[in-house]
Design a protein around this ligand. Structure first.
Ligand SMILES: [Zn+2]
Length: 199
């Protein structure tokens, strides 16, 4: 059926390239766009083009910012510039910000070292992070995803920081709030036990 609709097929080919868009939703998303009136389509395309043209990465922390505007983190005088939270991507930064428990600065690496996927240290903002660690920076908090690649990336950066007097910390690994110990995996319970803290 879809072969008889070459323009729809072309639209779907583009949609298929959008990461995280589940293939089972592809027909629904396609229908949504086909049902939009011309004005809405125009607005959608304009918003996409504008975002692409006007949103750039801050050249210090590598967080998205509006072009010609100051970075909302690096230039915020109320934030503590002596502590930098290092994250893989912007998505993790948003998670940390939602907690309202961190008032320091950020550094987005842009991923993790992964030889299998062809990502080396040079592909990430590691050198830029090392340069940021000057005498005013007291602590780097690594808020990485709990994967072997995440751990290896922290280890690599920690080695690079050798000789600098900066505290390096990682998020505590432990039991999720509200969970039953019985259903938590062995590795997590073991790590939570090892990282226990005084009540
Ligand atoms: Zn910034």
């Amino acid at each position: 059926m879809i072969d008889k609709l070459p323009t729809v097929k072309k639209l779907m080919r583009h949609l298929q390239q959008v990461p995280f868009l589940a293939s089972k939703n592809m027909y629904r998303v396609t229908s949504y766009f086909l049902q939009l009136d011309d004005e809405r389509i125009e607005q959608f395309c304009r918003a996409l083009k504008e975002a692409k043209a006007r949103v750039v990465l801050c050249q210090t922390c590598f967080v998205w910012q509006e072009q010609n505007e100051q970075c909302s983190f690096c230039f915020d005088k109320s934030r503590d510039s002596s502590i930098i939270c290092v994250v893989e991507t912007w998505h993790e930064l948003l998670v940390i910000e939602r907690t309202e428990a961190f008032r320091g600065l950020y550094h987005v690496l842009g991923g993790v070292i992964s030889p299998l996927e062809g990502v080396g240290p040079k592909d990430l903002k590691i050198e830029e992070l090392i340069v940021r660690v000057t005498s005013g920076v007291v602590e780097l908090v690594f808020a990485m995803n709990q994967t072997p690649e995440g751990e290896a990336t922290v280890a690599f950066i920690a080695r690079k920081l050798h000789g600098k007097t900066v505290k390096v910390s990682c998020l505590a690994k432990g039991i999720p709030i509200g969970s039953n110990l019985e259903f938590v995996d062995r590795l997590t319970v073991g790590k939570a036990l090892a990282d226990r803290k005084l009540f």
